[in-house]
Design a protein around this ligand. Structure first.
Ligand code: CP
Ligand code: NVA
Length: 302
């Protein structure tokens, strides 16, 4: 069985911790670290736009000694309707791993089922697990550990980031709270998946109660890639911004995360993302280290 990383819980909590330990070690030896992928190639396929994910995978793969092949799906035969399964079979003959950013989770599952090499989720409609690894690395750096902390996410509680915070955060031993209005709350299946790890999971439409006493406050865009009805979404989510009011309710040393790109004045206030408690630039850098660790770990399982 090939080890894939399609959602946060494709790792066990122990494996997640192992990857995060390795990420911290690789951060300390940025250019003179191990080259476990020397002589190999890794494909990175984009069916949605990206800045950070493209940078971090392209550079990270090169730093692991491999050749990154970045494929904009629209300029490949995928854009002309070649199936995801046939694409997986062909890529498997060339590369050591396939990283993909796509739409439905059914699409990445189909790719993984037809692939002979590890498949990594670089964002789907359902999950953004590589981002959560970087976020957990950032929390570890700021707080020493994730165990027992309260992580609160405000905003669109049904999107890929909310889902990955729920599962990945619970796996890291955190109480995870989602503050989101009706219609924007997580799917009960995802909440059940998060609850398996035994930490407290809270879903509420009371943003203030959610923020109260938090160690980590996070948010994400109100209109994710591929979503429609932007005007309605912005109106519905207006009371769920990560603003100075929300930050004042959290612990005085709370850390602020945002996966970026951000919309100042919508889901996050400028004073918060650009303020002293924001860790968003470390978070963006940690994509590189966390993904290098993940790829190293995945190819070691083969
Ligand atoms: N956070 C994140 O995934 O950013 P990009 O969309 O720029 O890759
Ligand atoms: N929820 C956002 C995350 C962007 C990195 C989206 O899917 O567009």
């Amino acid at each position: 069985m090939v080890q894939h990383f399609l959602a946060d819980d494709d790792l066990t909590p122990a494996q997640q911790a192992e990857v995060l330990d390795l990420a911290a070690a690789l951060k300390k030896q940025r250019y003179d670290g191990p080259k476990p992928l020397a002589g190999k190639a890794v494909a990175v396929v984009f069916e949605k736009p990206s800045t950070r994910t493209r940078l971090s995978f392209e550079i990270g793969i090169a730093e692991l000694g491999a050749h990154p092949v970045i494929l904009d799906a629209q300029s490949t035969q995928l854009g002309r309707g070649e199936t995801i399964e046939d694409t997986a079979r062909v890529l498997s003959r060339y590369v050591a791993a396939i990283v993909i950013r796509t739409f439905g989770d059914d699409r990445i599952t189909a790719l993984a089922e037809a692939s002979d090499v590890p498949v990594v989720n670089a964002l789907t409609d359902g999950f953004h697990p590589c981002q959560i690894l970087a976020d957990l690395q950032t929390v570890r750096e700021r707080k020493g550990s994730t165990e027992g902390l309260v992580l609160t996410y405000l905003g669109d509680g049904a999107n890929n980031m909310a889902n990955s915070y729920l599962i990945g955060g619970a796996m890291a031993g955190m109480e995870v709270r989602i503050g989101a209005p009706a219609g924007y709350q997580p799917d009960p299946d995802v909440v059940e998946r998060a609850k398996r790890y035994g930490t407290t999971i809270v879903v509420t439409d009371d943003a203030k109660a959610a923020a109260e006493g938090s160690d980590v406050l996070c948010t994400d865009v109100w209109v994710s890639m591929g979503m429609t009805g932007a005007e309605q979404r912005l109106a519905d989510l207006a009371g769920y911004a990560l603003d100075e009011g929300a930050l004042s309710l959290a612990k005085p040393d709370a850390v602020v995360l945002h996966c970026l790109p951000a919309h100042r004045g919508e889901e996050i206030a400028a004073a918060v993302i650009d303020g002293p408690q924001s860790a968003v630039w470390d978070e963006a850098e940690n994509r590189l280290h966390a993904q290098k660790a993940l790829l190293t770990w995945l190819v070691q399982q083969a």
